[in-house]
Design a protein around this ligand. Structure first.
Ligand code: CP
Length: 311
């Protein structure tokens, strides 16, 4: 049985294989009829205990393009609301003959727990502050597509790193593929274990952005924040907001990513988000690439022979 739970536990060769598979499958998205029979007869079930627009929709699109059934459990209207446990919920979905579970949950480690409870493949669609591996993969895919390679790139991840599962999947995925990673943000928004991560840390935006090839801007996750971590949103924006001006110290061809949803005017200006004033923003390409990457994940886990790691 194989799963996709983290990029920390995914080998360089599996990441490369996933990205290459996504590159091949992306061509289907450009066809007038976006449908192939690859996963006909299979059923993917999405079960999201937290809100989502991009991840859930792109998994559904990915499954449907490959002719799999895509069934979503509306958690708030499900028996979870009657107190059914996570273990009983996922075992019930397995008994309903799901071929793959795609799960988002507010608790770090939930995806590993689910994988230990079922015999079918599990994809982590975000677990607490831990990881969001398909977001990490689509970020790697987007950077590789635009920059040509990941090896040797200098990538700054800016903002609310403490609460970000996207940051962790980026750190493990990028460093495994030979990029150098900088974490840039106020001390209060750095994770407690930052000293054990394979990164350089900057608490000053100007030095953190100097000479970088890529800036991945993170959302301020105010819903997960304790009070007092930031003086004010205005102050945060002044010191760490990514604007056309703050990007001047980066490389002239700097590429800007944001996983979404964006707080425009807080962590990112409208001009940068929309790719105005000569900025190379890949925000919408990331969303499109998310479908190709999730097609690759579903193909490899549900029908195409699996990957070597991630028991
Ligand atoms: N990036 C991301 O996970 O977005 P959603 O929360 O909309 O899925």
């Amino acid at each position: 049985m194989r799963h996709l739970l983290t990029l920390r536990e995914t080998s360089e060769s599996d990441i490369r294989f996933l990205l290459d598979t996504a590159t091949a499958l992306k061509e289907i998205l450009q066809r007038p009829v976006k449908k192939v029979p690859t996963l006909r007869g299979r059923a993917m079930v999405t079960c999201f205990y937290e809100n989502s627009t991009r991840t859930r929709t792109s998994f559904e699109m990915a499954a449907k393009i490959m002719s799999a059934e895509a069934i979503n459990i509306a958690v708030a209207q499900s028996s979870v609301a009657k107190g059914e446990s996570l273990k009983d919920t996922v075992r019930t979905l397995q008994a309903l003959q799901a071929d793959c579970l795609v799960v988002r949950h507010p608790s770090s480690g939930a995806a590993h727990f689910i994988a230990s409870q079922v015999r079918i493949p599990v994809v982590n669609a975000g677990d607490g502050r831990h990881e969001h591996p398909t977001q990490g993969l689509l970020d790697l895919f987007t950077i590789r597509q635009i920059k040509g390679e990941l090896q040797g790139l200098e990538v700054a991840i800016v903002g609310d790193i403490a609460h970000s599962r996207v940051a962790r999947s980026n750190i493990w995925g990028l460093t495994r593929m030979g990029a150098r990673v900088r974490l840039v943000g106020p001390r209060t928004l750095l994770p407690a274990d930052v000293d054990r991560l394979p990164v350089q840390v900057y608490t000053d935006l100007r030095s953190g952005l100097e000479g970088v090839d890529v800036v991945n801007v993170l959302r301020l996750q105010t819903e997960r924040m304790e009070k007092g971590l930031l003086p004010s949103l205005r102050e945060y924006s002044r010191l760490f907001g990514i604007s056309v001006q703050s990007l001047r110290v980066a490389r002239p061809d700097v590429l800007v990513l944001h996983p979404g949803p964006m707080n425009r005017g807080v962590e990112i200006s409208d001009e940068v988000a929309d790719g105005a004033c000569g900025v190379r923003s890949a925000v919408e390409e990331q969303v499109t690439n998310g479908v190709a990457v999730r097609m690759a994940v579903l193909y490899l886990l549900m029908g195409g022979g699996g990957m070597s790691g991630q028991d």
